[in-house]
Design a protein around this ligand. Structure first.
Ligand code: GMT
Length: 402
C-alpha cells in the first residue's frame, strides 16, 4: 500500500438477493471506480456485480460435498480462498459483510499467512448476524471472538451498534457507517413499466423485500386489506423469494385484484420510478435498504418505527412511522398519504434530499476509505483473549449489560 494511493481490497458477502450483498457489491464497485483494486470472494458472483467492471475481480469458492460430511462446510474453503487471494494480490484489507461465517473465515485466513502478508480485517455487521445469531448460544461466542479479533468493526446503524454491545461479549469500538444507495438509471420508461403492470390511475404502493418471516408479509397483507377505498391503490411486491406461500392469504383477504407480484427482479429501479410510496412492515430492521432505495426515487415510506429505521426515515418529514405493527394504524397512515398528494410529494422530495445528503456514495464511501487507511496504518490487532472481551477488558469503562 502506498500512503494515499490505491488499496488492494478483498470483499466477502452473501451473493444472493439481500441488503448486505447489495451494499457490499455497490461498495466494491464504488471503490474500484475510485481507483482501488477490489477482489470479491464468495461462492457465487454477487447478483448485482457486473462481469466487466474495471478493477473488480471475482474469486469463486469451490465447495466440496464430501460424502463423509452430513453437512457441506463453507467456512474452511472460504478461508483458504481468502488467504490465497490475500497472498496473490497483496490485500491491504479484507472487508467482510455479515459476520457469520465471513468474519470467522477472515480471521482464520489471516492466521494462515505470515505477518507481512496479513490483511487488516474489517467486519461490517448488517443485522441478524447480531440480533438473531448473536443470541444463539451456538453462534454468539464465535461471533464475539471474530469481532474481538477484527482490526475494525462497523455497524450499519446506531441501533445495531447498541444491540451488538448489549448482546455480544465485545466492548467495541464499533464505528457506525450507515448504508448508502447508488441507484442505476431505469432501463425502461415509466409508461412502459406502468403498462406492463397494468396500473392506471391508482396509487402504486411498493413493498420490496426477501419475504422472510421478520418482514411480516402477513401484516403487509392485513394492512393493505384495510386501506379504503379499495380501488384507490395497487400493491406491487418486489419479492426476493417465492410469494407462493402468501397467495392463499392474499386471496382470503380479497386482494388478488389489488396485488401485483414480481419475483427476483434485477432492475428494481424500473419499478421504483413508477411507485408512489413504499410500505414496510418488518418487525426488525437494522437499517432497511429498501426504504433508502425508495428515498432515492423521491418516494416517501410508511413503516413501523423499529430498529434502525428511525435513523433513516424521519417521521412526518420523509414518511410516516407507526409505533407498533398494528394493521389499522398502518392502513390509516397509508390512506392519509393517498388522500394528500401534495404532502406525499413534499415528503418524497425531502426523502430524496435526505438520501443525497446523508446516505449517498459520495458521503459514505469515503468513510470506509478513511477507516481502511486508518486501520492499515495502525498495528495488527492482538490475538483474541488479550483485549476486547467484557470479562477481560475493564479499561473500556463499558459494563456488560443485561
Ligand atoms: O441481517 C439480515 O437478516 C440480512 C441482511 C441482508 O442481507 O439483507 O439484512 C440486514 O442488512 C441490510 C443491509 O445492511 C439492512 O438494510 C437490513 O435492515 C438488515 N436486516 C435486518 O436487520 C433484519
Amino acid at each position: 500500500m502506498t500512503s494515499g494511493g490505491p488499496l488492494s481490497i478483498g470483499i466477502t458477502c452473501y451473493p444472493t438477493v439481500g441488503g448486505s450483498g447489495i451494499l457490499a457489491s455497490t461498495l466494491g464497485l464504488e471503490l474500484a471506480h475510485r481507483g482501488h483494486e477490489v477482489h470479491f470472494v464468495s461462492y457465487e458472483r454477487p447478483f448485482r456485480l457486473p462481469g466487466d467492471a474495471p478493477r473488480v475481480h471475482f474469486h469463486p469458492v469451490a465447495i466440496n460435498d464430501y460424502g463423509l460430511f452430513k453437512y457441506p462446510d463453507y467456512t474452511l474453503p472460504l478461508s483458504v480462498e481468502m488467504a490465497k487471494v490475500a497472498r496473490a494480490h497483496r490485500l491491504d484489507v479484507l472487508h467482510v459483510h455479515y459476520a457469520v461465517p465471513h468474519a470467522t473465515a477472515a480471521i482464520l485466513a489471516r492466521s494462515m499467512l505470515p505477518a507481512e502478508l496479513q490483511p487488516r480485517v474489517v467486519t461490517t455487521l448488517h443485522g441478524t448476524d447480531t440480533t438473531l445469531l448473536g443470541r444463539d448460544p451456538g453462534y454468539g461466542p464465535a461471533i464475539s471472538h471474530a469481532l474481538r479479533s477484527s482490526d475494525a468493526v462497523t455497524a450499519v446503524s446506531a441501533f445495531l451498534e447498541r444491540e451488538t454491545l448489549h448482546l455480544l461479549d465485545f466492548v467495541g469500538p464499533i464505528e457506525i457507517i450507515h448504508n448508502f444507495s447508488k441507484p442505476r438509471s431505469p432501463l425502461r420508461s415509466p409508461d412502459a413499466v406502468r403498462a406492463e403492470l397494468g396500473v392506471e390511475d391508482e396509487l402504486l404502493i411498493v413493498h420490496s423485500s426477501n419475504l422472510r418471516p421478520l418482514k411480516r408479509i402477513d401484516l403487509l397483507l392485513e394492512t393493505v386489506a384495510r386501506i379504503r377505498p379499495r380501488d384507490s391503490f395497487r400493491l406491487l411486491v418486489l419479492a426476493g423469494g417465492s410469494f407462493a406461500p402468501f397467495a392463499p392469504r392474499m386471496s382470503r383477504l380479497g386482494l388478488s385484484e389489488r396485488v401485483i407480484v414480481r419475483e427476483d427482479v434485477q432492475d428494481v429501479e424500473d419499478y421504483l420510478q413508477v411507485a408512489d410510496l413504499a410500505l414496510i412492515t418488518s418487525e426488525s430492521e437494522s437499517f432497511c435498504l429498501s426504504i433508502l432505495e425508495s428515498m432515492c426515487f423521491a418516494r416517501p415510506s410508511v413503516a413501523v418505527g423499529v430498529g434502525g429505521i428511525p435513523e433513516l426515515l424521519l417521521d412526518g418529514v420523509t414518511g410516516l412511522l407507526t409505533p407498533s405493527g398494528d394493521p389499522d394504524t398502518l392502513a390509516r397512515a397509508v390512506e392519509s398519504l393517498i388522500q394528500d398528494p401534495a404532502r406525499r410529494i413534499a415528503m418524497g422530495i425531502a426523502a430524496e434530499s435526505r438520501a443525497r445528503d446523508h446516505f449517498s456514495a459520495e458521503v459514505i464511501v469515503p468513510q470506509y476509505e478513511t477507516l481502511y487507511r486508518r486501520t492499515c496504518e495502525g498495528p495488527l490487532r492482538p490475538p483474541d483473549g488479550e483485549r476486547g472481551s467484557k470479562a477481560k477488558d475493564s479499561s473500556s469503562g463499558r459494563q456488560p449489560e443485561g
